[in-house]
Write a protein that binds this ligand. Structure first.
Ligand code: KE4
Length: 424
């Protein structure tokens, strides 16, 4: 059997790129088999080097809420390129982008552009530490906030344990101030505040857990974090790299009616170009260089081509609120159908969803945090992934990721997906 082009190219990739990929999840590690070398994407579809077409539910891990290769976004990028790619100088377009974001979401008075979600989170943490003069931060087990040292932390078992690095190459010194709590369990965060009442600079949380599979916040969870942070003078950071401009135009703050002090963005605000951002209350953001003592910088931050892409996508979303109504309604129906099929077929599965984010865990245990997410049968998920892929449906190559529906997925395509799921 001759090798496919994807197999041939992946062999070459593995010789010159660690694991053959520029981001680990792409390597199909937990699934097995050869990653498909994608060479083109349009709307809800991606095509690989062997000409296979896939209905895509990864959407570049979130940016493609309007579908791939949106003509207006592409046109804006092409047009921006005609004026050069980057100046390293202030531009009007960055102001327009900042005004759009500040005008869209509550509590974001000022915003700083960076180049990835990781950079956005790293900078927001530094701003919170600079603003409070405190060192410790609380994160939640199962939440992922990018790969900056302080956030690559193994959940310290028990409440008092300082963070243990979750990756080689991270000195204990970088994670000793990172405390871990249990998602959807406010008391685990409360105990940390009681143990370190004056030392906690910030609580950072994914308002919808989407990096342990999808785990929505239980009623009262986010509200309680808000009051804890207010009570102890800590900064509440919503990591909205996934939920920002995804749940609705006002993101998780608007969707759950909970006010954050700082918010981080990525993905959708770049429309596929490398863009991240962090923003929030003026009194915090004015501590950031050059106006304040918290240093943060970036050669390509706010570059005109990336801004053109992000601005175009955000403007479409701002001017067409019906996109969210249709997407969230379509998604609610879809995930309910998935739930129904799993029950009908007697599949031991827990299907979690929030707006257009969702996933099926292969466990009968309700998945409400990282512990319960880990009860999923990942080999069953791998079989599910391979079944879907063999039928031209491209879902996340890992149980602990999200499914992303977009405005480009049509009703009949979703019905076809449900039929293929039923066959599984
Ligand atoms: P990036 O540095 O990958 O742009 O963003 C980091 C990040 C921060 N916060 C949240 C809530 C995130 O989900 C992410 C990145 N998400 C993953 C998907 N689970 C990116 C995919 C990948 O690592 O290749």
């Amino acid at each position: 059997m001759s090798k496919t082009k994807s197999e041939q190219i992946f062999e070459r990739a593995c010789r010159v790129i660690p694991g053959g990929v520029n981001s680990p999840v792409r390597a199909f590690g937990s699934i097995g088999g050869t990653p498909r070398m994608i060479c083109r994407a349009d709307g809800a579809y991606m095509t690989d080097e062997d000409g296979n077409e896939y209905l895509d539910f990864v959407g570049s891990w979130g940016p493609m809420i309007l579908g791939h290769n949106h003509p207006e976004v592409r046109e804006a990028v092409v047009k921006a390129c005609e004026n050069g790619l980057s100046y390293g100088a202030a531009t009007l377009r960055e102001v327009e982008m900042a005004e759009l974001i500040c005008g869209a979401v509550p509590n974001v008075d000022m915003v700083r552009m960076v180049n990835s979600g990781t950079e956005a989170v790293m900078s927001a943490i530094r701003a919170a530490r600079g603003y409070t003069g405190r060192d410790k931060i609380i994160k939640f087990m199962g939440c992922y906030h990018g790969h900056s040292d302080a956030l690559l932390v193994q959940a310290g078992s028990g409440v008092m344990t300082a963070g243990i690095p979750d990756s080689a190459g991270v000195p204990q010194g970088c994670t000793k101030d990172t405390l871990s709590a249990v998602y959807n369990d406010v008391s685990s965060a409360e105990r940390l505040f009681e143990a370190f009442p004056e030392e906690i600079a910030a609580v950072i949380v994914e308002p919808v857990g989407a990096n342990m599979g999808v785990v929505p916040p239980q009623p009262g969870f986010l509200e309680s974090l808000r009051s804890l942070c207010t009570k102890y003078g800590a900064v509440l950071i919503f990591d909205e790299v996934i939920t920002g401009f995804r749940l609705g135009f006002t993101g998780a703050q608007g969707y759950f009616h909970v006010d954050a002090d700082l918010v981080t963005y990525g993905k959708i605000i770049g429309a596929g170009m490398p863009v991240g951002a962090y923003g929030g209350k003026r009194e915090i953001m004015e501590r950031v260089a050059p106006v304040g003592p918290v240093y943060q910088a970036g050669t390509l931050s706010g570059n005109p081509v990336a801004m053109a892409a992000g601005l175009t996508q955000l403007t479409i979303l701002r001017d067409h609120p019906e996109i969210y109504e249709e997407l969230n309604k379509k998604s609610e129906w879809f995930y309910a159908e998935v739930r129904r099929i799993m029950e009908e077929k007697g599949e031991e599965a827990c299907v979690n969803s929030c707006a257009s984010l969702g996933c099926a865990f292969f466990t009968k245990t309700p998945v409400v945090n990282y512990e319960t997410a880990k009860t999923s049968d990942t080999s069953r998920y791998a079989a599910y992934f391979r079944h879907m892929l063999s039928h031209g449906i491209y879902i996340a190559p890992s149980q602990f990721e999200a499914m992303f529906l977009s405005a480009a997925h049509t009703q009949e395509e979703l019905e076809r997906v449900l039929e293929i799921m039923r066959a599984f």
